[in-house]
Design a protein around this ligand. Structure first.
Ligand code: ZN
Length: 118
């Protein structure tokens, strides 16, 4: 699997923490690339299920699906599941991978960020 990066990736610095805009740093993207490569060795088909291409890029930001709480209502400001997006370069099909399980962010980091916001 060839991992390419977001289009404005070259402007990012190599600092270990997310930058002020929340974009993934070069170091974090490297961790994503290494994780995907490692999992690919286990025989997982690395090609896009829609167009068949092996070319993906890592989106600049993490995303998070809306979490549902009691009575299937939206849980705003509560627990979440941050995801890394791998986007198929030719067709745009997007894979979501859990950023905590991948080691891109550490457990509890998100909670600290929310506490900072007040
Ligand atoms: Zn595709």
């Amino acid at each position: 699997m060839k991992i390419k990066t977001g289009l404005d990736y070259t402007s990012l610095s190599g600092t270990p923490m997310p930058d002020a805009t929340g974009k993934l740093t070069e170091e974090e993207k490297n961790r994503v690339g290494a994780w995907v490569k490692e999992k690919g060795k286990a025989g997982v088909n690395p090609n896009c299920p829609v167009c068949g291409s092996p070319d993906w890029f890592i989106a600049d930001h993490l995303v998070q699906p809306m979490t549902l709480g009691a009575n299937r209502s939206l849980l705003l400001g509560g627990i979440g599941y941050p995801q890394v997006m791998l986007v198929s370069l030719p067709c745009g099909y997007t894979r979501l991978l859990n950023a905590v399980l991948m080691g891109v962010i550490v457990e509890g980091e998100q909670k600290k960020e929310e506490e900072k916001k007040g």
